[in-house]
Design a binder for this molecule. Structure first.
Ligand code: PMV
Length: 361
C-alpha cells in the first residue's frame, strides 16, 4: 500500500535550462460523491467519477533554471493572457503543500499561462481541472529530470499532487472512470490518489454524455471547503460514509454490466444525498435553486414518458449535469432545447462527454 513518502523525489540535479510544458487536464463529475474530509484532502469516503472531455484547463508551464534555489517557489500566473494576482495565493498554497514531493521546483522560476475552455463564471468548479493541469505539468518536468520513472508512477504522483491542491482534482488525471478513496472492492484504491478500477466498463458508458445546464453562475453561498468541514459532527455522517461504500460497490457492477436502471438509481440518489447532507448540516444551507428542482421534475417526467435513460447529477452547486447514452443524444438535446433551456442562465449549457484525462499537448 503506497504511503505519502513513496512520492518523495530526490533533489535531482536540475540544470535543465529552460523550456515549456504544454498540457491540459479536464474537469470530472462524481457519480458517488466525496463530501467530508480530514486534513489535506483525505476523503471521509470513497468516490468515483467520470472524467470529462471538453471542460478543461489548458496550461503552459514555462520553467527557467535558477542558479540559487529560492526559499519559496518563484512563479508568475498569467490567466487568460493577463497577469493575475487574485489566484496566486491558491497556487502558492499548492506549491507549499507539494514542494516536499517535488523539491526541484525551488530551482526554477515558473510562468504559468493558463485558461479554461469553459467560462470562468459558469459555476463549473475550475479547481479540479486547474490543479490537475498544474500537477500534471510539474510531473512532466520531473519526468524530464528523471526519465526512468514509469508512466503509471507518474500518473499516480500527478494525481497525488493534484489532490493536495483540491481533493477531487486527483480524479482528473486519468479516465474514463476514476475511484478515489480506499474501497474494499477496488484493489489499489487509496485515499492519497485516484485509480482506474480494474474493470471493463460496458460500451454504453464508454462515450456517455454529460450536458451541463448552467442554472446559477454566481459565487456559491457556501464553498466546498466549508461544506466538507460541516460533515464533522454531522448527525448523519457515519451512515452517509457507509452508504457511499455500498453505493460504490453497486455502481461499479452496474458500470460493468451496463445496468442503466441501477446506474440511474445510484447516481440520482448520490446527488440528492449530497444536497441532503448540506441541508442537514449545522448551520444548514441550500445550494440548489428553484430551477434545479424544476429541471429534476422535468427529467423524471421525460424518463417516464419516453423510457430514455436520462438522469441527473449535481455538484456542490445549482447546475444540473444530465447524463445519458450517446445513442440518445438527439432526443435529449431536443428535449433540452424545448423544455429545459428556460431554466438556464442566458440559455447556456455545456455539452460534454466522458474523456480520458490529462495530456501533453
Ligand atoms: O474537491 P472539492 O473540495 O472541491 O470537493 C468536491 C466535492 C463535490 O464536487 C461536491 C463531490 C465530488 O466528489 O466531486
Amino acid at each position: 500500500m503506497k504511503q505519502s513518502q513513496d512520492f518523495m523525489a530526490a533533489d535531482y540535479p536540475t540544470n535543465d535550462g529552460s523550456g515549456v510544458i504544454n498540457c491540459e487536464a479536464p474537469s470530472n463529475i462524481a457519480l458517488v460523491k466525496y463530501w467530508g474530509k480530514t486534513a489535506v484532502q483525505i476523503p471521509a469516503n470513497p468516490s468515483v467519477s467520470f472524467t470529462l472531455n471538453h471542460s478543461k484547463t489548458v496550461t503552459a508551464l514555462y520553467y527557467k533554471y535558477l542558479e540559487n534555489a529560492s526559499p519559496e517557489v518563484s512563479f508568475d500566473l498569467i490567466f487568460e493572457g493577463k497577469f493575475n494576482e487574485a489566484f496566486k495565493p491558491k497556487i502558492r498554497k499548492f506549491f507549499e503543500l507539494v514542494e516536499t514531493y517535488v523539491p526541484f521546483v525551488k530551482h526554477y522560476h515558473f510562468e504559468i499561462h493558463t485558461h479554461n475552455t469553459f467560462p470562468h463564471s459558469s459555476g463549473i468548479a475550475s479547481s479540479a481541472s486547474s490543479m490537475g493541469a498544474l500537477a500534471f505539468g510539474l510531473i512532466q518536468l520531473e519526468k524530464k529530470l528523471n526519465p526512468e520513472l514509469s508512466e503509471s508512477f507518474l500518473n499516480q504522483k500527478a494525481s497525488f499532487l493534484a489532490r493536495l491542491g483540491s481533493g477531487s482534482a486527483c480524479r482528473s488525471i486519468e479516465g474514463p472512470l476514476v475511484v478515489w478513496g480506499k474501497h474494499a472492492q477496488v484493489k489499489e484504491s487509496s485515499d492519497l490518489f485516484g485509480v482506474k478500477p480494474a474493470l471493463e466498463i460496458h460500451p454504453v458508458f464508454s462515450d456517455y454524455q454529460d450536458t451541463i445546464l448552467l442554472i446559477d453562475i454566481g459565487e456559491k453561498s457556501v464553498s466546498s471547503s466549508q461544506g466538507h468541514q460541516l460533515m464533522h459532527g454531522h448527525p448523519f455522517a457515519q451512515n452517509r460514509f457507509a452508504q457511499a461504500h455500498d453505493q460504490l460497490s453497486k455502481l461499479l457492477i452496474a458500470l460493468e454490466i451496463g445496468d442503466l436502471d441501477q446506474f440511474i438509481k445510484i447516481t440520482e440518489s448520490e446527488a440528492l444525498t449530497l444536497h441532503a447532507m448540506m441541508m442537514t448540516s449545522q448551520p444548514y444551507f441550500i445550494l440548489m435553486k428553484p430551477e434545479t428542482l424544476r429541471v429534476i421534475e422535468k427529467v423524471w417526467a421525460f424518463r417516464k414518458e419516453t423510457a430514455v435513460p436520462l438522469c441527473f447529477t449535481l455538484d456542490a452547486g445549482a447546475n444540473v449535469h444530465l447524463l445519458y447514452p450517446k445513442a440518445n443524444k438527439k432526443t435529449v438535446l431536443d428535449f433540452i432545447q424545448s423544455e429545459l433551456l428556460i431554466f438556464c442562465k442566458n440559455n447556456a449549457f455545456i455539452d460534454d462527454e466522458v474523456g480520458s484525462g490529462a495530456k501533453l499537448l
